[in-house]
Design a protein around this ligand. Structure first.
Ligand code: E4P
Length: 217
């Protein structure tokens, strides 16, 4: 399973990417606004840090304008994936991007039929929003399982990118449901390394080791 970082904060990305465990990055207009920086500059820097896919989202809502924006974003670096909203216009653009060989991440997916349409349009990635569905009163993880079953039934190549991840349980659920990737906010990603029993156990081992007076090196 590939783990992406859901951020437009370059310093936070640099820190977590140093672990070698960040396979890609997703951004969205909200994250770009939060960074307070020009989008093209941020995306170019992210693409220098991470070799894997970096999603950059279009702002247009009409397919022709989405295509123009997406082509400009795709020219930033070879690992840019153009993020397109799951609308009728977005899927028209997705189909054309696929013909042109431009990778796409179809975002704001909240239902299985939407995901089916995105795959038929040739999306490289589909982003079902798990956390926002939970907030809405649904069970977001069920959508991941439904999409997995549909894509496997018809051998679609579109990768399932679990998005709107809020906690470690979402990461576990997405992995069990067969998501190809999950995009994780930095604080949730950092927490994945930790467990109180790991810390407690390590403290005990270090204290006992000190008592032996030995040294390995
Ligand atoms: C990533 O592609 C999505 O834009 C992001 O995961 C949305 O997360 P949120 O629901 O926490 O804003």
């Amino acid at each position: 399973m590939q783990l992406f970082l859901d951020t437009a904060d370059v310093s936070v990305l640099r820190d977590l990417a140093a672990t070698g465990l960040v396979d890609g990055v997703t951004t969205n207009p909200t994250l770009i606004a939060k960074s307070g920086r020009p989008m093209f500059e941020v995306i170019a820097e992210i693409c220098d840090i991470v070799e894997g896919p970096v999603s950059a989202e279009v702002a247009a809502t009409e397919s022709k304008a989405m295509l123009a924006e997406g082509r400009k974003l795709a020219a930033i670096a070879t690992n840019v994936v153009v993020k397109v909203p799951l609308t009728r216009e977005g899927l028209i653009a997705t189909r054309e991007f696929a013909i042109e060989g431009i990778q796409t991440n179809v975002t704001l997916c909240f239902s299985a039929p939407q995901a089916l349409l995105a795959a038929k349009a040739g999306a490289s990635y589909i982003s079902p929003f798990v956390g926002r569905l939970d907030d809405y009163g649904a069970v977001g993880m069920e959508l991941i399982a439904e999409i997995r079953a549909i894509y496997d039934n018809y051998d679609f190549d579109t990768e399932i990118l679990a998005a709107s991840i809020r906690n470690g349980a979402h990461v576990t659920g997405a992995a069990i449901a067969g998501a190809d990737c999950a995009t994780i906010p930095p604080d949730v990603f950092a927490a994945l390394f930790k467990h109180p029993l790991t810390e407690k156990g390590l403290d005990q081992f270090l204290a006992d080791w000190a008592k032996t007076g030995q040294s390995i090196l």
